[in-house]
Design a binder for this molecule. Sequence first.
Ligand code: C2O
Ligand code: CU
Length: 472
Amino acid sequence: MTTCHGPSRRFLLQSALVASALPFLPRISLASASAPTELVAKPGKASLWEEGGPLADIWGYDGGVPGPVLRMRQGETLRVNFRNELDQPSTIHWHGIRIDNAYDGVAGLTQEPVEPGQTFEYLVKAPDAGTFWYHPHNRSWEQMARGLYGVLIVEESEPVAVDRDLVMVFDDWRLDEARQIDVASLGMLHDWAHAGRLGNVLTVNGQPYLKQTVTPGERLRLRVLNTANARVLQLRFAGLAPVVLALDGQPVEPYPLADEILEIAPAQRCDLMIDMPGEAGVFKVEEVSRDPFAACELRAEGEPIARTAPLPETLRLPGNPLASALDLEGALSVDLLMEGGAMGRMGAAMLHGERKGMRELMEAGKVWSFNGIAGSHHDPALFSTALGRTVRMPIVNDTRWPHAIHLHGHHFKVLSRNGAPVAREEWRDTVLTAPGERVEIAFVADNPGKWMLHCHMLEHQAAGMMSWFEVS
Ligand code: C2O
Ligand code: CU
């Protein structure tokens, strides 16, 4: 077994690791339009293997991983001066923000890539409150594997009644024997044709083992993000009875997590409410998709929180101004068929307008298709729609691999899975589809412009699972 595949040594090691306590101190900027925020993509160092251990060379926003936590208020516009100090072109995409198209950050579609040494000013107007993130949209599979991403929190206009608002951003890394990012395997077609680049080290907030101190009895809002290139995580919050408040930034009718396990695909977010038990104790958050291992912990210390009044039973986040009235009868229907990958049936696909066999596709680094097209930015739009029209999209995963399908500029409602209506109303920007599954989504195309639609397993995106649509 190589370091690249199968249950990793590192994951197993981690459960036995006793790291010294060092609470995560996020670098927070409360930004506003008047004072622009500077973000610089540049090389940096991070201790990913173990606390105080060897430093890995990373690429990060302001040289850190994750980049600064940006906070803004709903409805406000954040002005970001981006400077690229990498040696390759980059951009910033504001994942999940229903942004003005000009600032969506897609190199080759909504803007020219920002060349090394160049700058670009983003105006990030956020109609929705919630948990979002930012990352490059040029060679994402490389730039994000090297550490470029950060969290963007849009605060509700009225503060939400919790005692503590915490971020846990999960990422997995593929490190080599020297504890450096395994750059030799970047772009390996084998990964691209399988699950994507899976790592062998998991970090939370950039730390190999995060110890987050809290107070017994506190009500937490825990913002969980998965920024991994390709790994779907199963996180168990044993003993904490988490309640789901929001998915991909959009509030839901609160419900408890079944078995205290959160399944979260690349790019997805989940806001959880956790009422800490009244006594001191240590609560490990475990990743359980393979052999369970502790990824981080919540450590309740000290006297329980003093309250003058009991907490309300649960917490309902205020709704966002989504166009939620779907016209399913008059909708434009667009099928999305995913094919390809290892053990798939795809024998040929269109590449730059010409039909190509598997060998030629592989030579071009393409192994997946959407509707028979191994996609790139150069292809024509998958569909065009009039502003305000409802689009319904049955998505069929005819492959042996899970895929996390992401739409830019919009949030969609998940209507059904394999023909069965979903139990709870769920608005998302990224939906996980299992091998063989058919998931139907719908949304109102109310944001004009050219918008990407792709798999957020970043290697799949690069290898053909990308397209775009136009709203005008
Ligand atoms: Cu999170 Cu097209 O991206
Ligand atoms: Cu995929």
